[in-house]
Design a protein around this ligand. Structure first.
Ligand code: F6R
Length: 242
């Protein structure tokens, strides 16, 4: 695992944006694996800013998102569909029909998981997969105990994950209890993985990732089994690493 320690969130975001741009410039038909949550917001902001300066063309790029809440309509204010539209897609020239996010409102969740894994195999796998990390080590919404060979599936969100994400909802009760997520096995299909972690809140997880064993109780440790992983951390999230 290639580890880069940046001074702060701003530097981390700029570097993450540069890696995305490099990928797209080198290969305009790139498939980007994208994440939601707070961490990638800075990177998306820089991608948009630099796109507006006119250098990068996203018209041939496809994207595959990691996950979506079960039960939220695409237009729900906290759906990852709306998140991606507002935070990235509406501001660059990526084609909407080339962006893929699981449908959390489908009548058959089982079929949706199969369909989505099919998309990963057909359109993907991502050339570059962006990841965040949960305080409990989750990647995508793969909670501790998830098999490292898992494909797209439905998860019951841990209480701690729902509590962490409650900040985006009006109340804790509104946070969905389930999500549909690419599995760890699906994520590991990606050609290159860039994991971002920022802030003190992630310090324990980063220490465990870098110093702990490969263990299904800590999902991010699966990344040690992948050949091309870059970890971008800021000082705050790296502070406990010896
Ligand atoms: C989001 C995702 C999650 C987040 C993780 C960290 O698509 O899959 O694994 O990356 O929960 O979230 P933040 O960045 O909000 O701390």
């Amino acid at each position: 695992m290639n580890v880069k320690v940046l001074e702060n969130y701003e530097e981390l975001s700029q570097l993450a944006a540069s890696l995305i741009e490099q990928q797209v410039q080198e290969y305009p038909q790139s498939v980007l694996g994208l994440a939601t949550g707070g961490t990638p917001l800075g990177a998306y902001k820089h991608v948009i800013r630099r796109y507006k300066q006119g250098n990068i063309d996203y018209s041939n790029v496809s994207s595959i998102n990691l996950d979506e809440y079960v039960g939220l309509d695409k237009t729900h204010s906290q759906s990852y569909h709306l998140f991606m539209k507002e935070q990235l897609f509406d501001h660059i020239n990526i084609r909407e029909d080339q962006t893929y996010i699981p449908d959390g409102k489908t009548s058959s969740l089982y079929q949706e998981c199969k369909r989505y894994e099919g998309i990963i195999d057909e359109i993907g796998p991502p050339d570059l997969q962006l990841l965040g990390i949960g305080e409990n080590g989750h990647i995508g919404f793969n909670e501790p105990g998830t098999s490292f060979t898992s494909l797209t599936h439905i998860v019951n969100l841990e209480l701690s994950t729902r509590q962490a994400n409650a900040r985006f909802f009006n109340s804790f009760d509104e946070v969905p209890k389930q999500a549909i997520t690419m599995g760890i096995g699906s994520i590991l299909k990606s050609k290159q993985i860039v994991l971002l972690a920022s802030g003190e809140r992630k310090a324990e997880a980063i220490k465990r990732l870098l110093e702990g064993p490969v263990d299904e109780q800590f999902p991010a440790s699966a990344l040690h089994d992948h050949k091309n992983v870059t970890l971008l951390v800021d000082q705050a999230s790296y502070q406990l690493v010896e």
